[in-house]
Design a protein around this ligand. Structure first.
Ligand SMILES: [Zn+2]
Length: 231
């Protein structure tokens, strides 16, 4: 594992809980190695319940609290809530400018987000978040003449050199999370409103899912990413 001390990482997640599910072990690992990690939560998850006694506003509030707890556990430096409606995030403005603003503000060495390209069944929020995050990285955050109003705010252009995509059909980097599997599980189960199984059942299910990648890096469990290098 390369040196993550002082590395700036920006994680961009569609919903509260997606980052933990796809990359929670890696986030916990990098955080323990001294990386400075900021999470951007794009939607407020306000459609995320089948309990008819809970309103959209209430579930959004619950999910924000859950995300704050998980962030503490993962050792995040900061969490930014963009508060787009669940199932209502749009590819374009103002979302793209918001992500450019966060990239220019936090100036990450690495952006971590979801792979937008699932072939058949995919969540529209996942597609739009991954797609717009990649567009924000290149070229919008980089170009001086894109969003001149951000320059006026003191947010200079920024080039991100590396992107990791979770939830990919085409992984090429595998990260050993043996030491941080329980952190991933704990962080995921902070999102109690979204969990339909006990933590014990969740442990078995998650182990099954991530043990597929373990052997790639001589580990029991590993997370899988598509890694993009930009110049
Ligand atoms: Zn999601």
């Amino acid at each position: 594992m390369r040196d993550m001390k002082g590395k700036r990482v920006l994680v961009i997640t569609p919903h509260p809980d997606d980052a933990e599910s796809g990359a929670g072990g890696t986030i916990a690992k990098w955080s323990s190695l001294g990386a400075d990690i900021v999470l951007v939560v794009c939607t407020n998850g306000d459609k995320g319940t089948s309990d008819r006694s809970i309103s959209s506003e209430q579930i959004a509030e619950i999910r924000k609290e859950e995300q704050l707890q998980s962030g503490k556990l993962l050792g995040l430096t900061n969490i930014v809530f963009l508060n787009h409606p669940d199932q209502g995030i749009e590819n374009g403005e103002p979302f793209r400018e918001e992500l450019v603003r966060e990239i220019r503000k936090h100036r990450p060495d690495v952006v971590v987000t979801i792979d937008p390209e699932r072939k058949w069944i995919r969540h529209q929020d996942h597609f739009v978040t991954g797609r717009v995050a990649l567009d924000a990285v290149f070229p919008y955050a980089r170009d001086y003449l894109a969003y001149p109003e951000l320059i006026a705010e003191g947010l200079e252009p920024h080039k991100t050199l590396e992107v990791y995509l979770w939830g990919t059909d085409d992984p090429d980097v595998f990260i050993d999370i043996d030491e941080h599997f329980e952190d991933k599980l704990d962080a995921l189960y902070c999102h109690a409103s979204q969990m339909s199984t006990t933590k014990e059942q969740g442990r078995i299910r998650l182990r099954d899912r991530f043990s597929v990648y373990g052997p790639r890096v001589n580990a029991e469990v590993a997370e899988a990413f598509k890694r993009l290098e930009l110049r």
